[in-house]
Design a protein around this ligand. Structure first.
Ligand code: AMP
Ligand code: ZN
Length: 111
């Protein structure tokens, strides 16, 4: 399967994880949209979060959300978690992930 995040997790593409455990990895986004922009990614491939939900893997969903929340908190200020889902939802990498954005004012509504 051709998946850039699976290649990162497998070490085929070098990355500098800010956190990882047996279930998730967190990396800096290559094209940051805020001074802090991290991605929290499950190590197992799921196309998007609805696939994790359909697999009824609530523990993984909780781990992803808790990890994103902790990374946001550790960024020191307010933060925003984003889960783009499907092409219309702005998803460009078809491997589930949560964006953690921080370090600037987050306007609402988003673009
Ligand atoms: P999304 O549009 O929600 O699917 O987000 C995918 C994100 O992955 C984008 O913000 C990209 O900048 C980011 N991205 C793509 N390739 C890489 C990479 N090799 N390393 C880090 N981030 C990446
Ligand atoms: Zn993948």
């Amino acid at each position: 399967m051709d998946c850039i995040f699976c290649d990162i997790i497998a070490g085929l593409i070098p990355s500098n994880p800010v956190y990882q455990d047996e279930d998730v990895i967190a990396i800096n986004d290559i094209n940051p949209q805020a001074p802090v922009h991290r991605l929290v990614i499950p190590k197992k491939h799921f196309a998007d979060v609805t696939e994790i939900e359909r697999a009824e893997d609530g523990a993984l969903l909780a781990t992803l959300f808790a990890t994103a929340s902790r990374l946001g908190r550790e960024s020191g200020g307010g933060f925003r978690l984003v889960v783009n889902t499907g092409a219309e939802g702005g998803q460009t990498v078809d491997h589930a992930h949560i964006h953690v954005l921080s370090g600037r004012f987050m306007e609402w509504p988003p673009g």
